[in-house]
Ligand binder design. Structure first.
Ligand SMILES: Nc1nc2c(ncn2[C@@H]2O[C@H](COP(=O)(O)OP(=O)(O)OP(=O)(O)O)[C@@H](O)[C@H]2O)c(=O)[nH]1
Ligand SMILES: Nc1ncnc2c1ncn2[C@@H]1O[C@H](COP(=O)(O)OP(=O)(O)OP(=O)(O)O)[C@@H](O)[C@H]1O
Length: 270
């Protein structure tokens, strides 16, 4: 091992992790304010411990002088999402950023690892402004769902690096647990789709109801009193049954009455 000052070596990585955490936490709160929904649930980050850097360098045959390029995750952040679909959205936001450059991506969701591990990884180049000037460092961004994170956290604590020494039975059970987490993600996504669909239908129905009531009210302005009363009675019946097809027909009918009345009320010659 060389005699470099390891504390100083890690400084730009520490700054990178702090800056990236702030940036993605800010993105979370901004999106929440703008769109009421944010694809980012929470963000964590860490600088790899020296012992882990050295162990990985040995494992990957990276020379000491090549650590900065050979170990890509000395600085790492992790973005947790509620739904699998959110992961693609977050990746899009990252690709569009001007303050970093995506070097490459690893899609362990489509191509999950032998262990069962699922996540979306991006390796980025990040320019960090140090007291000595700009330094470009590599950093890893892991994007995953809460379920993927639950699995990976537990599997990590069971020491994924030494998986080779795990009994086969344990390996298989961990893989089965990863499948279960993936099924949970799919199920939550489909429930979410249905909830969004139901919310949309509710919104459309409530808009139509408002339009019908406004249109009936307008009939009085054109002295179509009988038509207004008859339409209101039809509305009352439809409202009880919540038959939105019939509501649409009523809306069309009242609109026809209104456009006829508007034509009749135009001055001669127009
Ligand atoms: N818990 C868990 N995490 C994993 C697993 N595979 C990868 N990871 C995480 O993803 C990171 C990147 O892994 P890889 O894409 O395989 O890249 P790598 O750094 O060349 O490979 P490693 O030697 O596994 O670190 C790792 O440093 C871990 O944080 C796994 O099977 N289980
Ligand atoms: N990109 C990341 N963002 C946030 N936390 C991470 C990231 N990568 C790893 N961690 C976490 O940091 C802790 C220490 O892990 P470590 O630095 O040994 O890295 P590892 O990625 O798990 O392993 P490897 O040596 O294979 O890269 C673990 O709790 C791990 O889950």
């Amino acid at each position: 091992m060389d005699g470099r000052d390891w504390g100083t070596f890690l400084l730009p990585y520490e700054q990178t992790v702090e800056e990236l955490k702030v940036k993605f936490k800010t993105m979370r709160s901004e999106l929440k304010k703008r769109e009421e929904y944010t694809p980012i649930e929470f963000v964590t980050g860490r600088v790899k411990r020296l012992s882990s850097i050295l162990e990985k360098a040995q494992r990957l045959n990276v020379k000491m002088e090549d650590l900065e390029t050979g170990i890509e995750d000395i600085a790492g952040i992790r973005i947790m999402c509620q739904f699998v679909e959110d992961i693609r959205r977050v990746a899009e936001y990252i690709r569009a950023r001007k303050d970093l450059e995506v070097l490459y991506e690893k899609d362990y969701i489509t191509n999950y690892k032998e262990s069962g591990y699922r996540s979306f990884h991006m390796i980025i180049k990040y320019p960090v402004q140090t007291a000595l000037g700009q330094k470009i460092v590599l950093a890893e961004i892991q994007i995953r769902t809460l379920a993927m994170n639950f699995w990976a956290t537990i599997e990590h604590s069971l020491n994924y690096k030494y998986r080779e020494s795990l009994p086969d039975e344990m390996r298989i059970r961990l893989k089965t647990a990863a499948e279960a987490a993936s099924i949970l993600d799919s199920e939550m996504s489909s429930i979410r789709e249905e909830i969004l669909e139901a919310q949309k239908t509710f919104e459309e129905n409530s808009n139509m109801t408002t339009q019908v009531l406004k249109a009936i009210h307008q009939l009085y302005f054109y002295h179509l009193v009988n038509e207004a009363i008859e339409s209101q009675e039809r509305f009352n019946v439809i409202w009880q049954t919540q038959d939105m097809e019939a509501m649409k027909e009523l809306l069309d009918h009242v609109r026809e009455l209104l456009s006829g009345a508007k034509k009749d009320s135009l001055p001669d010659g127009l």
